[in-house]
Design a protein around this ligand. Structure first.
Ligand code: MG
Ligand code: MG
Length: 262
């Protein structure tokens, strides 16, 4: 989400609140795994959305993206954002059918007992090109790098810098306009977490901060546009994009990933 959508300062979470976020994160993870199992050539993106909706509903939870932001003229009309190939973020699921060689990004948020888990993955559809495989691996690795910087005493800029500096080694770019965010009682809380920045700058990380860290990585140039559906963001050069995200808590024992389970 963009910087302007964030209000209210950074909200620290207690250990009990972090456990509630983990419950939301676990449902969100389950929704993702169910969608992952359904990703294959021939499936329509709206079918993936329905699968996530079903998992979330079964747990008595609420899809965090549906109708977001409230009061908007164009609230998001689905449970999952689905982006194929050159689509970067916020794609709307529909009748489009996945085909062999596509890559598909699924981003989903779940609210449960008043707390939110938010995570995203880019999956291969059947056999994909070597270059697409490389993009997926680098993007996921950049998320691991960024999460490793989410430790007490570091600065937000250390997290941001980790993403861009990592992917730049492979010639990839990150968007300036979209990034991660605080998360917890609301899907989008302060701070905005750019995927680029200067190490040692920005707010100092404290125990109880909870972030959605989400590298969005592009093979081409970083100039973006929003399509006529009011949501789908694509790079103007239409090169491939990938996106991985986890919700994490900053704890005295290091980063605690709240949306991943074995
Ligand atoms: Mg997300
Ligand atoms: Mg997010």
């Amino acid at each position: 989400m963009n910087i302007q959508s964030l209000r209210g300062g950074v909200r620290l979470k207690s250990a009990a609140e972090i456990e509630l976020m983990r419950e939301a994160g676990k449902i969100n993870f389950e929704a993702h795994m169910a969608m992952r199992d359904a990703v294959r050539p021939g499936v329509a993106t709206i079918e993936l959305d329905a699968i996530a909706a079903q998992v979330i509903k079964r747990h008595g939870a609420t899809p965090a993206f549906l109708g977001y932001p409230p009061g908007s003229r164009h609230p998001f009309p689905a449970v999952v954002t689905v982006c194929i190939n050159e689509e970067l973020v916020h794609g709307i699921p529909g009748k489009r059918v996945l085909k062999e060689g596509d890559i598909v990004t699924l981003d989903c948020g779940t609210e449960y007992k008043g707390y939110v888990g938010d995570s995203a993955y880019t999956w291969p559809v059947g056999k994909i090109s070597v270059e697409a495989e490389h993009l997926l691996r680098v993007t996921e690795d950049s998320l691991t790098e960024a999460i490793s910087k989410c430790v007490v005493g570091n600065r937000l800029g250390d997290v941001s810098h980790a993403v861009e500096s990592f992917v730049a080694r492979f010639g990839f770019t990150v968007p300036r306009e979209y990034g991660g965010h605080g998360v917890g009682r609301q899907m989008h809380e302060d701070p905005h977490i750019p995927n680029w920045g200067e190490p040692g700058k920005g707010i100092q990380l404290r125990r109880g901060m909870t972030f959605a860290v989400e590298p969005m990585v592009m093979m081409g140039q970083r100039d973006l546009m929003v399509l006529n559906d009011h949501w789908t963001v694509v790079p103007k050069d239409r090169k491939l994009c990938a996106h991985f995200e986890h919700t994490i808590a900053v704890t005295d024992d290091g980063p605690d990933v709240l949306t991943r389970f074995d």
